[in-house]
Design a protein around this ligand. Structure first.
Ligand code: CP
Length: 315
């Protein structure tokens, strides 16, 4: 694909090919092409630790030429639009931009405009508002696949602040396509009936002993401006009603796994003492992120015919 902005275009074959490629990189495999003349910029207009650093690790491991961009010190502060900022990167010779932005589907108008304008830079979505988070979703798929070797028939619960979560949106869509049985839980005020096209709502206590994957979501306080539920929010109450407590952990199936995209609100979604417990895949998800992002970047690079001659030393 020319851009990697959502999970909409993915099907089972494409997901399995990306997983296979990520596993190849995880086992120490190298890219087949020389990518030192491929230029990539990371443009994070929203805060990030994992995604930003993980993409940069992935880019460096692939051998890309990596440029940094700090929106806080850029001409965005003089009113320059995202389109003109990208046009500038394109003009400077940058091939790919990894972008995180607060606006849902910020990428669509850039892609739609491109054919009538001169913009040709490739876009990889590092998260758009409460829209999509394709790289988090795919690293989650790799983590689930490592545990179960399949998706079909797996029971996956997505729990928490679902309305505001781009991770939840990408995961419910893709898990559904892959044949997993999706359940939802968490506060009804951060749940929307439109999610029912992808799964079924149940209480956490109904789900905890039944599911193969318990996917906890961060409470996204920064997206709750004007939300009365934020004013009434209690960490302790949330943890007791919707969080993974020690008691709930003990009720999980023997081979069940617990996931969280991070950052974690400790003792809110996830009891702090369980974050690195045997069934937790929190650290594995972060590790897998580097290799899945290598696979995603490589897919865009190949589609765009970027990169130099075959590296004879490694083939
Ligand atoms: N999971 C995730 O997107 O984390 P960051 O916000 O730290 O990138």
């Amino acid at each position: 694909m020319q851009h990697f902005v959502s999970v909409d275009e993915l099907d089972e074959d494409k997901v399995l090919a990306l997983i296979k490629r990520a596993q190849y990189f995880k086992q120490g495999g190298k890219p087949e092409k020389d990518l030192s003349e491929v230029y990539c910029v990371n443009m994070f207009f929203e805060d990030s630790t994992r995604t930003h650093t993980s993409f940069e690790m992935a880019e460096r491991k692939l051998g890309l030429n990596v440029l940094s961009f700090d929106p806080k010190q850029s001409s965005v502060n003089k009113g320059e639009t995202l389109y003109d900022t990208l046009l500038t990167m394109d003009a400077l010779g940058v091939d790919l931009a990894v972008i995180r932005h607060s606006e849902n589907q910020y990428y669509q108008k850039l892609i739609d405009l491109a054919p009538t304008q001169t913009l040709s830079i490739g876009i990889v979505n590092g998260g758009d508002g409460s829209g999509q988070h394709p790289s988090q979703c795919l690293l989650d798929m790799l983590t689930i696949y490592e545990q179960f070797g399949k998706f079909k028939g797996l029971k996956v619960a997505i729990v928490g602040d679902i309305t505001n979560s781009r991770v939840a949106k990408s995961n419910m869509e893709l898990l559904n396509k892959l044949g997993a049985k999706v359940f939802f839980s968490g506060p009804k005020y951060w749940y929307d009936p439109s999610f029912e096209q992808y799964g079924t709502y149940k209480t956490l206590d109904e789900l905890v002993a039944e599911v193969d994957v318990l996917m906890l979501l961060r409470v996204q306080h920064e997206r709750h401006a004007g939300d009365q539920n934020e004013a009434n929010f209690s960490k302790e109450r949330y943890h007791q009603e919707f969080g993974l407590t020690k008691e709930r952990y003990e009720r999980l199936k023997s081979d069940a796994i617990v996931m969280h995209p991070g950052p974690i609100n400790r003792d809110v979604e996830f009891a702090s003492e369980l974050v690195e417990a045997p069934k937790s895949r929190f650290k594995a998800q972060m590790q897998n992120g580097v290799f899945m992002r290598m696979a995603m970047l490589e897919a865009v690079i190949n589609e765009r015919n970027l990169g130099g001659k075959i590296n004879e030393d490694i083939n």
